[in-house]
Design a protein around this ligand. Structure first.
Ligand code: SF4
Length: 346
């Protein structure tokens, strides 16, 4: 049971077996259409800055994750396994049992103020999506970005959530004083595939519209073309359509990533595949016979195709550099806030 590491509530025997009865965990449901069927477990975390284990292949060392579990419910989500660490179900439970670190902004402010903190880059959205639907209610990200902004601390956000546009004025202010990198994840633009494999996410078109809004606001925004799903989203026509629409969104880069299926995600995806595309089960068993990753030759082939398409449609280094550290004047106290941004959650 890892909840003892997550919360600042009582530890030891008095918490044994008290997953949902613990004093520091408040469980809530909301009877509104966007939250129907979702249970929120509000916790007061003991720390919010996480150091990525040294052996990780990730290109960053520090992360902040205000949520555990993700209502975006992507069938292939690699973070499913982490829900098991909390004794929660990695299938439907990952989609519907959301842990909320309600004190994340105040904790981050305190941890960034520590004399031991050297101002390293912080990555967000690397475990679960920090702009999933819960963020519309809990509004943790504005406080988190404010804390980073106050320290001019560099950070990056990876998301599928168009809710990020709510925080556009804050992001612009942060980008004026620190390196801010935003990436939106769009693996394909096929709406039929989207509805079944990423059922809780904003549509690919809505995500790419968000990329357009971010880049129009002067914030450099790349697209992580992930995942490219073998046999379902990898035909030359599909890759072409996706890269073309990514280019039209104004994205500054496109980075392909082929579907990987680690334990936790693998079983859930296999069940989905058997239900929706049973004729592909054997091909997948062969494709992922070596483990969690597709064969290297396949990954290279997809990467080469996407890079060629990106060059054809003009995505690349020439688009970079226009947005970092943009000059944004401070808003005088008492003046009107920036114009509200239209949101499209789903
Ligand atoms: S949006 Fe990201 S974190 Fe959320 S379910 Fe999908 S892949 Fe997982």
């Amino acid at each position: 049971m890892r909840w003892d590491n997550l919360t600042d509530g009582p530890r030891g025997p008095e918490r044994a077996g008290a997953l949902f009865g613990a004093a520091s965990v408040v469980t809530r449901t909301f009877d509104t259409p966007e939250f129907r069927g979702i249970t929120f477990h509000e916790v007061r975390a003991r720390s919010v800055l996480n150091r990525v284990p040294g052996a990780s292949r990730m290109p960053f060392e520090w992360t902040v994750n205000p949520y555990r579990g993700c209502s975006h419910a992507c069938v292939y989500c690699f973070a499913r396994k982490t829900h098991g660490y909390l004794d929660l179900d990695t299938g439907i439970g990952f989609d519907s049992q959301i842990v909320v670190k309600t004190n994340a902004p105040e904790l981050l402010r305190r941890e960034l103020a520590s004399s031991r903190w050297a101002g390293a880059h912080i990555a967000m959205g690397t475990n679960v999506d920090c702009y999933q639907r819960a963020e519309g209610r809990y509004r943790l990200m504005p406080g988190i970005i404010e804390a980073l902004l106050e320290r001019a601390n560099p950070f990056s956000i990876l998301t599928k959530g168009t809710l990020i546009l709510r925080d556009l004025p804050l992001l612009r202010r942060a980008a004026a004083v620190a390196d801010v990198g935003i990436s939106v994840s769009v693996g394909f633009t096929d709406t039929g595939l989207w509805r079944t494999v990423e059922p809780g996410t904003p549509s690919p078109a809505a995500r790419l519209a968000a990329v357009r809004s971010l880049t129009d606001a002067g914030i450099e925004c790349g697209v992580l073309m992930a995942p490219v799903i073998p046999f379902l989203g990898d035909s030359p026509a599909q890759l072409r359509a996706t890269v073309r629409t990514v280019a039209e969104s104004g994205a500054t880069s496109v980075t392909p990533l082929v579907l990987h299926l680690r334990p936790g995600a693998r079983e859930w995806f296999a069940a989905w595949l058997a239900a929706h595309h049973p004729h592909l089960v054997e091909r997948y068993e062969r494709m992922y016979a070596g483990g969690s990753y597709a064969p290297t030759w396949y990954q290279r082939q997809i990467t080469r195709q996407v890079h060629e398409l990106a060059a054809e449609f003009g995505i690349g280094p020439s688009r970079r550099g226009a947005a970092r550290r943009i000059p944004v004047p401070e808003r005088p106290a008492g003046s009107a806030p920036a114009e509200p941004v239209q949101l499209s959650l789903l």
